[in-house]
Ligand binder design. Structure first.
Ligand code: EPZ
Length: 432
């Protein structure tokens, strides 16, 4: 098991490139199940979640090959309809195979995904959508069993208590593209990753109207073909790197990003006093954090609102920004596992229901901290970059699920950050 040792050493400076989006490549891999022809996926980040999704596709019978760095070839000629518990329970996003299995095979047997530290993650909306299309759904022995033999196009309102569902919409879309008739999805998610998956489906021959909006009209086709698709840049990784520039008072340019996907973060960083220079033509954003900052309030919302996946990172920034900030989490109200760890570094944060009340402090002090989930880990790394002294972040397998060599990228910007075996930590710090 590895840990990250970070020593705050002033402003980050330089240029760094974002990788392909984890939350696009996972449904895109699943979408390859919709055709017997080969799909070539490019700009695939090197992440444990991606490798794991590849294992799930292989378990279903697809041929999955990483042919060169960032390029995977997937061919789902003959596939089964069962996604086993021992795989699905390890990664929630594997629920994304349910839609394509129903679309292609008219049936699916997928283990119910397990719980998750960031909060309740039900799939009632996924199942509501399939039921609206005439599927018979049962839950037996921890598995969802879907019988799509009488499936037909229909209208479905897919909004839930917290608004649209990203993977629920993706499952619905991947079923509807091969479902006879017209399916209209209202309150569909329109995150850039959902749009990217839809663009790929259209390349495969799908008929989808309204991509990028909350209202999709899908006309089912007989079959889909293979394609080559380049995964959209990861706006969450890019945003994390932008906050790294801001929190260290640095001057960081993030390349291979689509500024149009980052509007809510740019808006908040500018409100807080950070200079942002987006360049849509050259697909890069420069972040300059050399001016005094002021606290801002944040509410996470479905796209195009402020993304929940950048909430923890902004809590770290607000922890060292003068003033009072209120960060309200509307998507996963319990998504504050990073807060107790930031408090160990001296942050002044109180949780009141779905909100973190943050009083900015002069500075944080390095400490041994524990990662709990993907984005909380990123927040702890950012805090370590700004803290005095050394910070040891444990359980960084959480980070490796969704960030492609974040430590290497930060080191290239001048950070003192090293991946080390856990044994190199002072004995008293080691998590039993
Ligand atoms: C996707 O998760 C992302 N994961 C998450 O990113 C992201 O935080 C989330 O969307 C919100 O943007 C992937 O794309 C692989 P949802 P997903 O269904 O699809 C409720 C990361 O850090 N809901 O949009 O599982 C749910 O409880 C990860 O990269 C229902 O009530 O999220 C939540 O409150 C974490 N019923 C809200 O909707 C349902 O059937 C949004 O969930 C489905 C969801």
């Amino acid at each position: 098991m590895d840990v990250l040792r970070i020593e705050g050493n002033g402003p980050l400076k330089g240029t760094v490139s974002a990788s392909g989006a984890k939350n696009a490549v996972l449904p895109i891999f699943a979408a390859c199940l919709l055709t017997a022809e080969e799909c070539t996926i490019e700009n695939v980040p090197d992440l444990s979640d991606v490798r794991f999704m590849g294992e799930i596709l292989k378990a279903l019978g697809a041929s999955v090959k990483r042919v060169s760095p960032g390029v995977w070839k997937i061919k789902a000629e003959q596939i089964g309809h069962v996604a086993p518990y021992e795989l699905v329970r390890k990664m929630r996003a594997s629920i994304c195979v349910m839609g394509p299995l129903v679309g292609r095979l008219r049936r699916a047997r997928v283990s119910m995904p397990g719980g998750c530290v960031i909060g309740q993650r039900p799939i009632d909306l996924h199942l509501k959508g399939l039921a609206r299309l005439g599927c018979k759904i049962g839950i037996h022995g921890g598995y969802v069993e879907v019988d799509g033999s009488a499936i037909h196009g229909d209208y479905v309102f897919l909004g839930g208590r917290q608004g649209p569902t990203v993977t629920g919409s993706e499952n619905m879309i991947m079923t509807a593209v091969l479902t006879p008739g017209v399916t209209r999805i209202e309150s569909a998610a329109c995150e850039p990753e959902v749009q990217d998956m839809c663009e790929m489906l259209v390349k495969m021959g799908a008929k989808i109207e309204g991509i990028g909006s909350h209202y999709l009209k899908i006309t089912g086709v007989e079959a889909l073909g293979g394609c080559t698709h380049r995964v959209v840049p990861d706006r969450i990784e890019a945003g994390t790197l932008m906050v790294a520039g801001a929190i260290t008072g640095g001057d960081v340019t993030v390349e291979n990003v689509i500024p149009g996907h980052m509007r809510s973060l740019i808006d908040k960083l500018e409100e807080c006093g950070v200079t942002c220079e987006p360049d849509p033509v050259k697909q890069k954003i420069r972040v300059i954090g050399d001016k005094p900052r002021k606290s801002v309030d944040i509410v996470t919302l479905p796209h195009p609102g402020f993304p929940t996946d950048l909430q923890a990172q902004m809590c770290a920034l607000m922890a060292v920004t003068p003033g009072l900030s209120i960060v309200t989490e509307r998507i996963y109200p319990n998504r504050f596992m990073h807060v107790p760890e930031l408090q160990r570094m001296g942050a002044d944060i109180a949780i009141e229901g779905p909100s973190a009340i943050i009083h900015g402090v002069e500075g944080l002090s390095g400490a041994p901290v524990m990662a709990s989930d993907l984005r909380a880990s990123a927040a702890l790394v950012l805090a370590g970059l700004a803290a005095s002294g050394e910070t040891w972040v444990q359980r960084i397998y959480h980070l490796d699920r969704g960030y492609d060599r974040l430590d290497v990228k930060l080191r290239a910007l001048g950070a003192t950050i090293d991946r080390m075996p856990v044994e190199s930590m002072p004995v008293s710090y080691i998590d039993e």
